[in-house]
Design a protein around this ligand. Structure first.
Ligand code: 5RP
Length: 296
C-alpha cells in the first residue's frame, strides 16, 4: 500500500554539492547522442572497458549445417558464458538457445539466399520489428554488399531497417559482406563499406580485418567497428595476431565464429581471445594461455 508517512522534504539545492556527479558512462564511439533505449541496448553489448567479443552462430542462414555448427545448441553450450553477445537467427534462437540465458542477443535479420545460388548479395529483410521486440533482442544485424549487383537493394534494406528500428530504440549492426569474393577485403573497400553503413545510420559495423591500412577502416567510420574472422586460419597464433593488431588499430572487438568453434579446443580459443580483447594480452601470451587451457 502507498504510504505517505515519514516523507522528508527535498533538500535545498544550496545544501547539495555544487558539482553534479552523475554516473559516468563508458566511451562508445558515436554513441553520445543516442536515445536512452538504443544506448542502453548498445551498452549491454559493449563492456565497461569499451570492448566486446560476440559469438556468431548465424552461418546456417545461407550455408546450411556448417561444420561444427550442425547442432548450434551443443556448439555454444560451453562457449556462451564467455560471449558478450550471441549473433543468431530467430530460428536457431527459438530452437537451440535457452531463453533463460542472460547473454544479449544480436538477431540476424537478413537472408533469403543460399550458398549454392549464383549471387549471395540478393538478400531481403527476413524478420519484422514486432518479432525483434518479442525476442527481446539487444540489437539486430544485416548484411550489405557494396559494389555488387544488389548493392542498392542491400543498402535500402539497411536504411529501411534502421528507420523502423529507430522507433523502438533497437541498434542495427551492419555486416559488410563480401559473399564469395574474399579477395575484396582491402582497406579501401572495407573503409568504403563501413563508412556507407555508418552514414545510413548503423550503430555498429562488423567488417573484416585487413593487414594493410586497417586503421583507415576504423578511422573513417564514426561508429564502433568489430571484426569477423572469415574462414578458419592455419594456426591459433595467426588469429591472436590479427585480433590484437585489429584492436590496436581501432576495432573495439570481435565477432569470430569459425576460428572459435571449428578449433579442436573451442573453449580455450574463446577464453584466450577474450583475454586479448578485454585484457589486452599479446598474441604470444594468448597462445600460452590457449595451450594452458587446452587441458583445463
Ligand atoms: C556469417 C556472418 C558471421 O557472423 C561472420 O562472418 C563471423 O563469422 P566468422 O568468424 O566465421 O567469419 O556474418 O554470415
Amino acid at each position: 500500500m502507498a504510504d505517505a508517512g515519514g516523507v522528508l522534504e527535498a533538500r535545498a539545492v544550496s545544501e547539495m554539492p555544487s558539482e553534479h556527479k552523475g554516473i559516468k558512462g563508458k566511451q562508445i564511439k558515436g554513441g553520445d547522442n543516442l536515445g536512452w533505449g538504443t544506448r542502453n541496448r548498445l551498452s549491454r553489448l559493449i563492456k565497461p572497458d569499451g570492448h566486446c567479443q560476440f559469438l556468431p552462430i548465424d552461418h546456417g542462414y545461407f550455408q546450411g549445417p556448417t561444420r561444427c555448427l550442425e547442432r548450434p545448441g551443443e556448439t555454444i553450450r560451453d562457449l556462451f558464458p564467455y560471449a558478450d553477445a550471441l549473433f543468431v537467427t530467430r530460428g536457431v534462437l527459438r530452437t537451440c538457445v535457452n531463453p533463460d540465458i542472460d547473454t544479449p542477443i544480436i538477431l540476424r535479420v537478413s537472408g533469403g539466399t543460399s550458398v549454392i545460388a549464383e549471387d549471395l548479395s540478393n538478400e531481403i529483410i527476413t524478420t519484422s520489428v514486432e518479432e525483434m521486440i518479442r525476442l527481446n533482442v539487444a540489437a539486430v544485424g544485416l548484411s550489405i554488399f557494396v559494389g555488387t549487383d544488389y548493392e542498392r537493394q542491400s543498402l535500402e534494406n539497411l536504411a529501411m531497417l534502421i528507420s523502423e528500428c529507430e522507433d523502438y530504440g533497437i541498434p542495427v549492426m551492419a555486416v559488410t559482406a563480401v559473399g564469395k569474393e574474399l579477395e575484396k577485403r582491402t582497406a579501401r573497400y572495407l573503409a568504403l563499406s563501413c563508412r556507407i553503413a555508418a552514414e545510413l545510420g548503423a550503430k555498429i559495423v562488423k567488417t573484416y580485418y585487413c593487414v594493410e591500412d586497417f586503421e583507415k577502416v576504423t578511422n573513417g567510420c564514426p561508429v564502433p567497428v568489430v571484426m569477423a574472422g572469415g574462414p578458419k586460419c592455419e594456426t591459433e597464433l595467426e588469429v591472436f595476431d590479427f585480433v590484437y593488431n585489429g584492436i590496436d588499430k581501432g576495432a573495439i572487438g570481435i565477432n569470430l565464429g569459425r576460428n572459435v568453434w571449428q578449433n579442436p579446443h573451442p573453449v580455450a580459443m574463446m577464453r584466450a581471445l577474450n583475454a586479448v580483447v578485454h585484457d589486452g594480452i599479446t598474441p604470444k601470451q594468448a597462445f600460452d594461455l590457449f595451450k594452458s587451457l587446452q587441458n583445463a
